[in-house]
Design a protein around this ligand. Structure first.
Ligand code: DQA
Length: 148
């Protein structure tokens, strides 16, 4: 069964409490639960991880090279600043889908630019938990097509 890394960046551990008007009321555990359940339906082994530290996110991406068929990644605020995360995505040669709960393009201008979009397979933004679930479906299709 293919394995998928779902990687959450900084401050996403506070989902549910953090700006619920922007990010919704679901906790990170609840989002991970929905992803695990959908993964089971799609025949994917979903493994979720969150870190507030850029280096730990880079380590998780490097490690995923050894076991994952793809990555669903919400880099949080690092989306807009991190050359190092972009380089890590390029280095691992795995399909990575960038996701955001909020519509980053409808927010402050500094959120309009993503350092990682250009090196990702796709980007989904603004659909709350559905951003993650659609990303998982998209990866599932990609992996299936690559294996056929
Ligand atoms: C976010 C959007 C980012 O701009 C922000 O810094 C986050 C969350 C989102 O999921 O909407 O931490 O990635």
């Amino acid at each position: 069964m293919p394995s998928i890394l779902v990687l959450h960046g900084p401050n996403l551990n506070l989902l549910g409490l953090r700006e619920p008007g922007v990010y919704g009321t679901l906790t990170l555990d609840e989002i991970n639960q929905q992803l695990t359940t959908l993964g089971r339906e799609l025949g994917l082994d979903v493994r979720c991880m969150q870190s507030n530290h850029e280096g730990a996110l880079i380590d998780a991406l490097h490690d995923a090279r050894l076991w994952a068929a793809g990555v669903v990644f919400n880099p949080g605020g690092y989306t807009h600043t991190s050359v190092a995360l972009r380089d890590a995505i390029t280095a691992i040669s795995l399909p990575v889908i960038e996701v955001h709960l909020s519509n980053v393009h409808a927010r402050e201008e500094f959120r309009h630019h993503s350092m990682i979009s250009a090196v990702c397979t796709g980007t989904i933004s603004g659909l709350g938990v559905q951003s993650y679930l659609l990303a998982l479906r998209g990866l599932s299709e990609k992996i299936r097509a690559a294996a056929a």
